[in-house]
Every structure is written in C-alpha cells, then in structure tokens.
Design a protein around this ligand. Structure first.
Ligand SMILES: Nc1ncnc2c1ncn2[C@@H]1O[C@H](COP(=O)(O)OP(=O)(O)O)[C@@H](O)[C@H]1O
Ligand SMILES: [Mg+2]
Length: 434
C-alpha cells in the first residue's frame, strides 16, 4: 500500500516538474536556460574541452616532438598535449561565454576555424570567436537561434532613425539615416526586402520627413503607403521626372547652405532648414534595365546619373536613399557599381547566388558574406546588416502586415510634406501624354 502511494507521489512530482518545465520553456525561455540549459551546456564545455582542443590543434605539447632514447633521436606524436586554459563558463541571457588563454604563439585564427567543432560538441546554435585583448579569446555561444522567435526590442525614437527589428544579440536593429545616410537592401524574391521597407516606412511615418516612393513594378508594394508618401513613381518615366526634380531641389539646398555659411542642413537655423527627404526604391533593376530601344536606354542612363548625384551629394543636404534589389551587379549597367559604393549601409537577406552576397557585404567583411550565404529559404526576414561601428550582425526584421502598413500611412497622412516642385514635374509628364 505504502509502495503504491510513494509511486503515485513520485509520478505526481515528475508530472509537475514536466509541466512547469514546459511552461517555463515557452513563457520564460531565459529562466529555462538558466535552470536547465546552462548547467548542462557548462558540463559539456568542461568535459569535452580537452578532446575538442586536441582534435582541433588547439593543444600544444610542452615537450619537443623529438626525444633522445640512448643515443637515438626518436620522432613521434608528443605525449600529453596540454589544452589551453579556459575560464568557468559564464551564463548570459542567450547562452554562455568562455574566456580562453592562448598558448604562446597561438593566434585567434585557429579558434575561428574550430568554431563549428565547438557548436557540435556543446550542442549550441552558434559560437562566435572574438579577441578582446592580446593572448585571450572569448568564445560566445548562443543556445538557440534568437531570431526564430524574436522578441520586441526597444530603442529611443530619434529623427530619421527607425527600429526595424532585432539583432542576434537580442539588441535593437536600428537603421539610423543621420548616422549612415544611404542604404542598400539586397535579397532574392520573397526574402523579406519589401517587408523591411514597409517596416522602415511605418517607423518614419510619424516623423517630420518627406517620403518619396519609387516602385516601378506598378507600385504594388509602395502603393500601400500612398497617403503618407509625398510622391510615388510607378514607372521609370515618372522616376526620371521625380529624381530630376529632386536634383534641382538639391541645388537649392546647396545654395541655402552656402549663403548661410553652413556645411549641412543640420547647421541651418530651424526656420531655414528644409525638410529631410527619404527616397525609397523597391527593385532597383527596374530602373536600370533597358529593352534595347533608344529611349529606354536613355531613360536608364538618366536614372543612373540622377541616383548617383543624389547619393554623392545628398547626405549633407538631408536627401537619403534606401535602395532594394535582387541584384546589384554591374550587369545592370555601368552606373550600379558607382552607386553601390555610395550606399554605406548594407543589408543582405537570403540570396540566390554567392556573387550578390559578396557584392553587398564583401567589401566590408568576408565572415559576413559566409553568414549571409547560410540564410535559408525558411528564414524570411533574416538578414545580415552592418552596424554604425563597421561591425555586422545577423538580424531579423519585425513583420509588418499589409493592414498595419496601410493603417500607419493613413494615421500619419497629414504629416506628408507637400513637395510641390516634384508634383509639378510629375503633372507635366501627364500633360505631355495628352
Ligand atoms: N521579418 C519577417 N518575419 C516573418 N515573415 C517575414 C518577414 N519578412 C518577410 N516575411 C514573409 O516573407 C514574405 C515575402 O517577403 P517580401 O518582403 O515580399 O519579400 P521580397 O520583397 O524580398 O520579395 C512576406 O509575405 C512575409 O510573409
Ligand atoms: Mg518585394
């Protein structure tokens, strides 16, 4: 009798532990990590360290690989190689960190190569290798992919800055156009480019900025925001007219700065400062490709020249470009490479060909290219983005639904500045058609 009561009690306790554990895992993943994942992973790190170090050539032997046996010199594998010393793993909210003291003469590069081996041995999602000071390597392990179910990060709202998603570190992914004036967003079809643009626009909508859309796929994506956009081009002819008018506006801004002795519009007094303009281009290829006809070629060339001028001179004058496209290579036309060089902020979603990742991130960082190439088709909205300090990170945009996008545009439609010169340029086009 007593035995069955005890058994029932044990079962009840087990069931309780199981249910609470599952609740924790789902609702408090960080607590779940501290209570179960961290101790288990720590054991794995400590118990596998010697073996992993040995297999990945991180251990060195204190003894020379040649020895004397009587009068003979014998060669062989060194006995008892010594693994580098590590600190006790420290828990973080998303994983753990281990500090390694390098053997004399070792470089962090050997550890970079062994990163995959650590991932495998510790059963974690990823291990990043950094070197905080000479002779030390910091291994930062993340337990699970934080971008699978990204939480909502927060960031202070600042003019021309948009909170677009979360970084792999759990921090806020912010596109700050005051810091980096122009951006390039690359990615294959359905990788999340337009969703990111939608998020950017909903974030900029409540701010005192003019938004100009260029969406030459008939305005299907940016058309949602018509009520908040100051103008929208839906074909290349309209784009040329708008960009031309913007370049004229840029001259006016330059003159205003020069006569006030200012080096940028931000140095002008509030009463004189023109409104900042963000030009958002969805699918850049539509602007550059020509069907061989003379006028089509001329239009493409005009687009190329105008965009390049805006990118080169616009930053200080409050004219910003955010350009999205599947490919950004010279096959689109000679002007693309020059334009790309001006777009300092880079975001690379999943891409179809290695070349595009290389073109988007390669001039900044080789590791970033490799990480961008490993983004799979199911990871929609995941991208590698550059940060303000020259660093890079994996990140995921916040999903903005069509309804949210339309609602945000309508709520803030009164804030859309009137860009009358540009509207006139567009109206003149229609006049020509009649
Ligand atoms: N951050 C995200 N989180 C979840 N799903 C996303 C995210 N970004 C995009 N998606 C999904 O991917 C689909 C395609 O995205 P879209 O932005 O239209 O890609 P693209 O413009 O690159 O062709 C969207 O319909 C959306 O459902
Ligand atoms: Mg799209």
């Amino acid at each position: 009798m007593n035995g069955s009561i005890a058994l029932a009690l044990v079962l009840a306790v087990l069931a309780w532990v199981f249910v609470v554990g599952d609740l924790l895992r789902r609702h408090r993943p960080a607590w779940h990590w501290y209570l179960t994942g961290y101790p288990a992973t720590t054991c794995r790190v400590l118990f596998t360290w010697r073996k992993v170090a040995l297999l990945n050539d991180l251990s060195v032997s204190r003894r020379p690989p040649r020895g004397l046996l009587g009068d003979l010199v014998v060669k062989g594998d060194p006995l008892r190689p010594v693994a580098p010393r590590i600190s006790f793993p420290r828990a973080t909210r998303l994983g753990l960190t281990v500090m390694v003291r390098l053997h004399a003469g070792q470089t962090p590069a050997t550890y970079l190569k062994a990163a995959d081996a650590f991932v495998h041995a510790w059963k974690v999602h990823a291990v990043r290798v950094t070197s905080p000071e000479r002779g030390l390597v910091l291994l930062t392990a993340t337990a699970t992919d934080p971008l699978l179910r990204p939480g909502l990060a927060t960031a202070p709202a600042a003019l021309l800055s948009a909170l677009v998603g979360v970084l792999e570190s759990g921090g806020a992914w912010v596109m700050d156009l005051r810091l980096i004036p122009h951006w390039l967003i690359a990615g294959a079809t359905r990788s999340g480019k337009s969703t990111l643009l939608a998020r950017l626009i909903t974030q900029l909508a409540p701010q005192p900025v003019a938004l100009i859309g260029i969406d030459c796929k008939g305005g299907m994506e940016l058309g949602l925001f018509t009520s908040r956009l100051s103008v929208l081009a839906t074909c290349r002819r309209e784009a040329v007219a708008i960009l031309g008018a913007l370049v004229v506006d840029m001259q006016d801004r330059m003159n205003a700065c020069r006569s006030a002795g200012a080096r940028s519009i931000w140095e002008l007094p509030d009463s004189l400062r023109p409104v900042p303009v963000v030009v958002i281009v969805d699918e850049i290829a539509e602007l550059y490709l020509s069907d061989g006809r003379r006028e089509s070629k001329a239009e493409a060339e005009q687009c190329s020249v105008l965009l390049l001028r805006l990118a080169q001179l616009g930053a200080a004058l409050g004219l910003h470009l955010v350009v999205a496209g599947q490919r950004v290579g010279s096959d689109l036309g000679p002007g693309v490479t020059a334009l790309r060089a001006q777009l300092g902020g880079r975001i690379c979603h999943r891409v179809n060909d290695p070349g595009t990742a290389e073109m988007t991130l390669g001039d900044l960082n080789k590791d970033a290219v490799a990480v961008a190439q490993s983004i799979t088709a199911t990871e929609r909205g995941v991208a590698v983005c550059t940060g303000p300090d020259g660093g890079w990170s994996r990140a995921r945009s916040h999903l903005t639904t069509t309804e949210e996008a339309i609602a945000a545009a309508q709520r803030h439609s009164a804030l859309a500045p009137e860009m009358s010169a540009i509207r006139r340029a567009l109206a003149a086009l229609e006049g020509d058609d009649k």
